[in-house]
Design a protein around this ligand. Structure first.
Ligand code: C2O
Ligand code: CU
Ligand code: CU
Length: 497
């Protein structure tokens, strides 16, 4: 393929759609053969094979096919397809509607959503609506697999008060790393009618990691999950923003923008920083903070977390600044970091800065807790060579690990007894961090925020205040996906009040 054609294809994202899911099932059959030895001998495609510096792509948005007001209806087909990502090879990705990443689902609070899902992969899948408090039977948990060639409809009401940045991804038993690692993940944005930042131009930056072998084919940690998977694969892949390696984002000098950043990587901690700039954090997983946290130079975004930041770019014309992952040690979970995106100011005159409102949206306290639960994260064997456990057990979807009651406010102590960080995620709700213990001493938590995923640093304890408002069985787990697949997941049974 000539270079120019290559870029046209790369810009379109897709070369051809595979006629069948044969290739996906072949990959499944081949899994045992790609064991740890093969993995260690394998060489990965180096960064130089990736085209860089192309204008940042705006992600496709899923069309609303409903004619009814206050309803959203859309179709997602998960299937393998071929994409041009690197020089010299086409790559088999698995995508929703043949997009990587995407498409974005853009919803409004109070809307009724009905999403038709067609599984055209060669293995069981689901769609999990990460972070949304929706009924347990619509949550796409591993208890409700959609088998190959089957369809199902997910329906839910978008909760009022949930405006924020979410994402959706497969959550099938023990194959989440494999599926997300092949490209199945996309943003989901919920909007409110009274967004105090609606005046700002906004950009969604979905960060994913992709590891390609020397033939340009996707490698994921799944073949070695339960072994050294989580540790070995960390840091192996390329960090991509909206599916692109080092895209270029053009801004008017002095312009202020709202960036929704999603860490959709399988296992990478991102310590976000923008060269020469401070920024304000205005939102976390569950939406806006009470007030902006201004003047920050970095923000740690654990796997699965989201952050909304407001950036005012410098007034200097024709200048480049790097958006970076500053690197993180994270016990043994971290990575070396690297450049994510280039921001370039234009030649047009600088804009007057935009003042942020002092108050965004109240983040209410959940009130006094009437229960306390303990969640201990541990590893068998040498800590990362064997299983990843919660309260001494490996995941079993037929077992109930913790019980609660609808509406009961609880404190959960998340105790990390391992030598690496684990981002812990609870389905069906947003919670608040109320305390952290560092080296046995309590450390203050300075501001309230809604989270569905919290990083529990190696050897530390994080206490959260949480409440479930809908009955049913919910997962909670480490969102380093190879850890989840290897058993660091448990079941919370929420009983009716
Ligand atoms: Cu984003 Cu249970 O997952
Ligand atoms: Cu989730
Ligand atoms: Cu983990």
């Amino acid at each position: 393929m000539r270079r120019r054609q290559f870029f046209q294809a790369a810009a379109a994202g897709t070369v051809a759609v595979l006629a069948s899911a044969r290739s996906a099932s072949a990959q499944m059959r081949n899994m045992p053969g790609t064991g740890i030895g093969a993995m260690m001998r394998r060489s990965f495609t180096s960064g130089s094979a990736w085209p860089t510096g192309y204008p940042l792509r705006r992600l496709d948005v899923l069309a609303n096919t409903s004619a009814v007001a206050d309803e959203f209806e859309g179709t997602l087909v998960a299937a393998p397809y071929l994409a041009s990502l690197i020089f010299g090879h086409t790559t088999e990705l698995w995508g929703y509607n043949n997009t990587f990443p995407g498409p974005v689902i853009d919803l409004r609070e109070g809307q009724r959503a009905a999403i038709d899902f067609a599984n055209r992969l060669g293995l069981d899948s689901t769609i999990h609506w990460h972070g949304l408090a929706i009924p347990a039977d619509q949550d796409g948990s591993p208890m409700d697999p959609v088998v190959p060639r089957a369809d199902r409809v997910y329906t839910f009401d978008v909760p009022v008060g949930s405006a924020g940045t979410y994402w959706y991804h497969p959550h099938a038993h023990q194959t989440t790393t494999l599926q997300v690692g092949h490209g199945l993940a996309a943003p989901l944005i919920v909007r409110s009618v009274d967004d105090p930042l609606a005046m700002l131009p906004e950009v969604t930056l979905m960060v994913t990691s992709l590891t390609l072998d020397q033939n340009g084919q996707v490698v994921t940690g799944v073949a070695v999950a339960g072994g050294m998977g989580g540790m070995m694969m960390a840091g192996a892949g390329e960090l991509l923003v909206n599916g692109q390696k080092l895209p270029l984002h053009a801004m008017t000098p002095g312009a202020t923008e709202r960036w929704r950043i999603i860490n959709a990587t399988a296992d990478r901690y991102l310590r976000i920083g923008l060269d020469g700039h401070r920024f304000a954090v205005v939102g976390t997983d569950g939406g806006l903070l009470g007030r902006p946290l201004a003047g920050l130079t970095e923000w740690l975004l654990a796997p699965a977390q989201r952050v909304e930041i407001v950036v005012t770019i410098a007034t200097r014309r024709s200048t480049r600044y790097a958006l970076r992952d500053l690197g993180y040690s994270g016990g043994m979970s971290g990575g070396a970091g690297g450049e994510l995106m280039t921001v370039e100011t234009g030649r047009t005159p600088a804009r007057a800065p935009v003042e942020l409102p002092a108050v965004l949206r109240p983040v209410a306290d959940l009130g006094p807790a009437s229960g306390r639960q303990r969640v201990v994260l541990s590893g068998a064997g040498m800590g990362m060579m064997g299983a990843f456990l919660i309260n001494g057990k490996s995941f079993d979807m037929n077992r109930v690990d913790l019980e609660t009651v609808v509406g009961r406010v609880e404190l959960w102590d998340l105790v990390n007894a391992t030598f690496m960080d684990h981002p812990i995620h609870i389905h069906g709700t947003q919670f608040q961090v109320v305390a952290r213990t560092v080296g046995g001493l309590a450390a203050p938590v300075s501001y309230p925020a809604w989270l569905d995923t919290v990083n529990v640093p190696a050897g530390e304890t994080i206490t959260i205040k949480t409440r479930q408002m809908l009955p049913g069985k919910r997962m909670f787990h480490c969102h380093i996906l190879p850890h989840e697949d290897a058993g660091m997941m448990a079941v919370l049974d929420v009983r009716p009040a």
